[in-house]
Design a protein around this ligand. Structure first.
Ligand SMILES: O=c1[nH]c(=O)c2[nH]c(=O)[nH]c2[nH]1
Length: 285
């Protein structure tokens, strides 16, 4: 019998790093969830109990906090690039470092009629979360930007019909339904010379506008339309991937009460949900 160690990696997950920029009276906040992993030759740590090559996950966590100050957080991508570079430098046995960062957005509290909002009081913005994943090896780097939990709904402009039917198919065809999802999207950049913050806002706006303005014959078609629109407008993006739970809204039968329901009252079913996933990519990638 031959047994060997397979793929392995290790790191610190979900350090909640909050960086306040307080160089002036008008503070800024970056509220992050940071995870890192090192991969490489860590065989001895597993099979011989020898930890001499292992940079502790505690040190990885400390670096995440120190770098929030030493490098700063101009964007989560820029921060993750720097953190990954440092972890790789600090760990000779590592061949790669993966850094994942989520950012929770805060808005300034508006006070009176001052449109600028308060200098140092914030209210957490609900909704979607910006994400990045930076994968560094010794001679390459790959940046994926993204968002998760972008909850969107169309109250019409969506159908689902003409689908394959078998003995177990009961779903009625519909030419007018609610389409809703909590979108996760990740887009891979072909380089790193990118304005991370402005492109993030542009991609998010493109996703929303395409969702709103495209008639949907299925969530699959909507993902394709959103992906195409992003690749058409952002030459630096090589591919975009989606994970989209179909948040079913089922028409409630009000006829027992003698009440008509022409697409007006729905039950939002949380489970089960269809899960539609797709990647839209350039031909030459
Ligand atoms: O947009 C949809 N795609 C499907 O694949 C599917 N399947 C289903 O039951 N409803 C839907 N809706």
């Amino acid at each position: 019998m031959s047994i060997r160690l397979g793929a392995n990696r290790y790191g610190k997950s979900e350090s909640r790093v909050v960086r306040i920029v307080r160089d002036t009276a008008r503070h800024e906040i970056h509220d992050l969830n940071v995870s890192s992993w090192l991969r490489g030759d860590f065989e001895d740590a597993h099979v011989a109990g020898d930890q001499s090559a292992v940079l502790p996950t505690d040190s990885q966590k400390n670096t995440a906090f120190a770098y929030a100050k030493e490098h700063g957080v101009s964007s989560i991508e820029d921060y993750a690039l720097a953190l990954g570079r440092r972890l790789l430098e600090a760990s000779p046995a590592a061949t790669g470092a993966l850094t994942r960062v989520e950012e929770y957005a805060w808005d300034r509290i508006s006070v009176g009629d001052d449109a600028r909002g308060h200098d140092h009081a914030f209210v957490r913005r609900g909704g979607d979360v910006r994400t990045t994943e930076v994968d560094r090896s010794r001679d390459s780097v790959q940046v994926v930007s993204g968002l998760t939990d972008l909850i969107v709904l169309k109250s019409t402009g969506s159908q689902f019909q003409g689908f394959l039917k078998d003995d177990y198919t009961t779903l009625p065809e519909t030419d007018d339904r609610i389409l809703a999802t909590a979108l996760t999207a990740t887009w891979r950049w072909s380089g790193v010379d990118v304005d991370w913050n402005s492109t993030y806002a542009e991609v998010r706006a493109t996703l929303l506008e395409t969702f709103a303005t495209t008639y949907s014959r299925a969530l699959q078609e909507t993902l394709w339309a959103m992906g195409r629109a992003v690749l058409e407008s952002q030459p630096g993006i090589a591919e975009i991937s989606f994970s989209a739970p179909n948040k079913h809204h089922l028409l409630v039968d009000l006829s027992p009460f003698g009440v008509a329901n022409d697409g007006e009252v729905f039950i939002a079913a949380d489970r089960p949900y269809g899960l539609i996933e797709a990647t839209v990519t350039r031909d030459d990638e």
